[in-house]
Write a protein that binds this ligand. Structure first.
Ligand SMILES: CC(C)(COP(=O)(O)OP(=O)(O)OC[C@H]1O[C@@H](n2cnc3c(N)ncnc32)[C@H](O)[C@@H]1OP(=O)(O)O)[C@@H](O)C(=O)NCCC(=O)NCCS
Length: 276
C-alpha cells in the first residue's frame, strides 16, 4: 500500500523508535510485531536495524520483537512452496522486513508464504514448527494460520500488533481471523456435506471462495472505538492494538454483521453451511 509520506528533514534514531513503541503500549517483557514503511519515519539513522533496536529497547528486559517476512508477493507467477528456502528466500514486504530477516539475531518460521521472523527472549518459541502445524484451511496451505502457528501464538500471547506509517490494510493477522471464520462455518455444516463445501473454497493457485474483508475499514472502526493507541516515530504515525482485541473484535463484526463485511458469494456459502 501507499505509505504516509515521510519528511526527510526529520531525523529518527533508536530512542525515537523506542518512545513510539512505548506510546502505543509496548512494555518490558512484551511480544511486539510490526509492519511498516521505512521512508514514512523521515531519515532513520541506522535504517531497519535502528528500528529493530528501538523496538527491542521498548520491550527490554525479556521482550521479543517480530515482523512478517513474507516470501509471497501476491503476484503471478505463483511461487512454488517447495522452492522456499527459510535461510535465503527474501521477504517481499518492504525494507524493514527484509532488513529484519537479514539481521543475524533473527530466527524465521518455516512457511513459504506467511513466515514470521523474530528476535529476543521468545523468538525461537514464537517461530517454531510453522511447517508442522495442525491443519486449518487457508488459501496458502493448511498451516499458514493454524492455532499452533506463529500467528496463533501471537493471538494466544495477546501480543502488541503495530503499524508504522501504514494502516491496518496490511494486517496479515486478518487471514487468521478469516481462517477461523471458515472453520467455524464448516463445523456447523452437516458432516456429509463438508468435503463438497470445502472444495469450493480458494486453494493455493486455484480460485474459490474466501471471506476476505476490508481490514483498513475494521481498523478505522476500532480506532473510533478507542481500541487503537497512536503515537509518532519521526514523521510517521505508529498504531498499536493488542492481538486479542484485534481478533475478538474482528470476530464480533464478522459474526454479528457478516453482510456488512463479507463478499456475497461467501455469504451464500456460509448460509449453506448453516443450513439456512
Ligand atoms: C510497501 C511499503 C513497504 C512501502 O514503504 P516505503 O517506505 O516506500 O518502502 P520501504 O519500507 O521498503 O523502504 C524503502 C524506502 O525507504 C527509503 N530509505 C532507505 N533508507 C532509509 C532510511 N535510513 N531512512 C528512511 N528512509 C530510507 C528508500 O529510499 C526507499 O524509498 P524509495 O522507494 O522512495 O526509494 C509500505 O507501504 C508497506 O505497505 N509496508 C507494509 C508491508 C506489509 O507488511 N505487508 C504485509 C502483507 S499485505
Amino acid at each position: 500500500m501507499e505509505p504516509e509520506k515521510g519528511d526527510p528533514n526529520v531525523k529518527v534514531g533508536i530512542r525515537e523508535v523506542a518512545d513510539g513503541f512505548r506510546a502505543v503500549g509496548a512494555m518490558p517483557g512484551d511480544t511486539v510485531i510490526y509492519h511498516g514503511s521505512l521512508s514514512s519515519m523521515g531519515q532513520v539513522e541506522g535504517g531497519p536495524t535502528a528500528v529493530i533496536d528501538g523496538a527491542l529497547a521498548a520491550v527490554d528486559p525479556g521482550g521479543t520483537v517480530a515482523m512478517p517476512t513474507l516470501w509471497f508477493n501476491g503476484k503471478e507467477p505463483l511461487q512454488k512452496p517447495e522452492d522456499f528456502d527459510v535461510k535465503t528466500s527474501p521477504s517481499y514486504v518492504g525494507a524493514l522486513s527484509e532488513g529484519f530477516r537479514q539481521d543475524p539475531r533473527s530466527v524465521r518460521s518455516h512457511h513459504f508464504s506467511h513466515a514470521i521472523s523474530a528476535i529476543g527472549a521468545r523468538a525461537t518459541e514464537l517461530t517454531a514448527g510453522h511447517d508442522r502445524c495442525k491443519p486449518l484451511h487457508t488459501p496458502w496451505s493448511e498451516m499458514a494460520f493454524s492455532d499452533d502457528s506463529p500467528w496463533g501464538r501471537l493471538y494466544e500471547w495477546n501480543s502488541l500488533y503495530c503499524f508504522i506509517g501504514v494502516t491496518m490494510r496490511v494486517c496479515t493477522m486478518k487471514h487468521y481471523c478469516e481462517a477461523r471464520i471458515v472453520a467455524e462455518c464448516l463445523t456447523q455444516a452437516a458432516p456429509e456435506r463438508r468435503d463438497a463445501l470445502s472444495a469450493r473454497l480458494v486453494h493455493y493457485g486455484a480460485p474459490g471462495l474466501w471471506p476476505f474483508y476490508n481490514s483498513e475499514a475494521t481498523g478505522e472502526l476500532f480506532a473510533q472505538r478507542g481500541l487503537v493507541k497512536t503515537g509518532r516515530i519521526g514523521s510517521a504515525t505508529i498504531r498499536g492494538i493488542r492481538t486479542r482485541t484485534l481478533v475478538e473484535e474482528t470476530f464480533a463484526l464478522l459474526r454479528n454483521a457478516p453482510q456488512d463485511w463479507l463478499p456475497k458469494p461467501f455469504l451464500d456459502w456460509r448460509a449453506e453451511c448453516l443450513g439456512a
